[in-house]
Ligand binder design. Structure first.
Ligand code: CA
Length: 417
């Protein structure tokens, strides 16, 4: 696949995250208009609600005046493909609609982004082997690092949809109960070990009825698109609360996602297989083809008012389980999945120290502080720090970018005496 040329000149640059090959879906507002559907193209966003009002999609079953993409998702893969085909034709070099469409482009710097879809439910997995090995080694030693189930099922837990927020939303440091190893009793107060988790989020656009499992292929067909996802984590709260039912308040206070849904179709040329299985999977979790993607990922950290330092680089192709396998596993018992469900991949770490997707791993539990380009050191996140995830699949003379997933930490709220 090579660059598809658009009459939007900025979309033809090898450096733009949003060439015609991408066409990611977001929800934006300007000072003159309330939140509405938009598609990024080069350094502009196409006002899709306005395109619909011009009648250029008709006849088309889905609505684009709802300030979310859930309605298109509800209409299924044939509608997804048809919509993308129409958009591509409107924006391609030489399009007959060029003059009609051009006034509906808004410069990206003039817009504010909102949640691109309504999150129905959020489930987070623990499916990166390097991450699981690192964390397991820290807590249980290298021999017992991986739990006995890990190579047979993708481990997950049910998270909170209510606190999934769009990139750019400030994150308030959580309060909670913690217990230091040498303390006799727990104490209550602001989290002292606040962390990120570099993940990808898969957005579900299909459903299965309660009681009906799905195959891995059916699961892949149900995925609408992907975003970057930061699963903010309070490590000290997590350490005290997590046994035996898993994380609860340590993960419930915030999850950030990037503002543009990158479709599965845009990522199609970048499909890749999961790594070799160390133990054969049972048949219900075997992938019929490549269902992971080659996407370069990076994390930066910037103290308040200072330059950002890149603290990690890795790739989504490091995951042991794909989102399709996770979704198939999620539905094995007959659990109903719905349009708008969000599935977190689990922290994405590579084999090298510079490829670790959390501060817990990068600073080895806080024992090995990092030095930033500003000269400051960090173990975990301090108030005022801004953490940013970025990602792009690299093609021949073009890239499929996700836009940033960023968040700045605000001080914890004080409790009344
Ligand atoms: Ca996570």
């Amino acid at each position: 696949m090579t660059l598809l040329r658009s009459w939007v000149e900025s979309a033809n640059s090898a450096d733009t995250p949003f060439p015609l090959n991408n066409l990611p879906y977001g929800v934006f507002s300007t000072k003159d208009c309330p939140p509405r559907c938009g598609v990024a193209i080069g350094d502009m966003v196409l006002d899709v609600t306005a395109v619909e009002q011009l009648g250029l999609f008709h006849p088309f079953p889905a609505r684009f005046d709802l300030a979310s993409w859930n309605d298109l998702m509800e209409h299924g893969p044939r509608a997804w493909a048809k919509f993308r085909e129409i958009l591509t034709a409107l924006l391609t070099e030489g399009s007959d609609e060029h003059a009609q469409i051009e006034p509906l482009l808004v410069p990206l710097p003039d817009i504010k982004m909102h949640m691109p879809f309504k999150v129905t439910e959020f489930t987070d997995f623990y499916a990166g082997k390097h991450h699981a090995m690192n964390v397991g080694t820290m807590f249980r030693g290298p021999e017992n690092a991986l739990p006995p189930n890990w190579l047979h099922i993708p481990i997950g837990y049910n998270g909170r949809a209510s606190t999934v927020v769009v990139s750019g939303t400030d994150i308030v440091r959580p309060n909670g109960q913690t217990k230091a190893p040498d303390a006799e009793v727990p104490s209550f107060g602001p989290c002292k070990r606040l962390d990120i988790e570099l993940e990808m989020g898969a957005i579900i656009g299909g459903t299965n009825a309660m009681g009906d499992p799905v195959t891995v292929q059916q699961a892949d067909d149900m995925i609408f698109g992907y975003v970057l996802l930061n699963d903010w984590s309070a490590r000290d709260i997590q350490a005290w609360e997590y046994q035996p039912l898993g994380p609860f308040q340590a993960k419930a206070f915030a999850t950030s996602i990037s503002p543009w849904i990158v479709t599965k179709e845009a990522l199609e040329p970048f499909r890749t297989s999961t790594p070799a299985r160390e133990k054969d999977l049972l048949a219900h979790l075997v992938e019929p083809g490549p269902m992971l993607y080659d996407i370069d990922l990076a994390v930066t950290m910037a103290p308040k008012g200072k330059v950002a330092t890149t603290i990690a680089r890795t790739n989504y192709n490091q995951m042991y389980y794909s989102a399709a396998q996770q979704l198939a596993h999620h539905a094995t018992s007959g659990c109903a999945m719905n349009v708008g469900d969000l599935i977190g991949s689990g922290t994405i770490s590579g084999p090298e120290k510079s490829e670790r997707g959390s501060l817990l791993e990068l600073t080895w539990g806080g024992k090995e502080p990092m030095t930033l380009d500003t000269g400051e050191t960090r173990t975990f996140i301090e108030d005022g720090d801004t953490l940013t995830l970025s990602g792009a699949a690299k093609g021949d003379g073009y890239q499929i970018g996700f836009g940033a997933c960023t968040g700045t930490i605000r001080p914890a709220k004080s409790f009344p005496e």
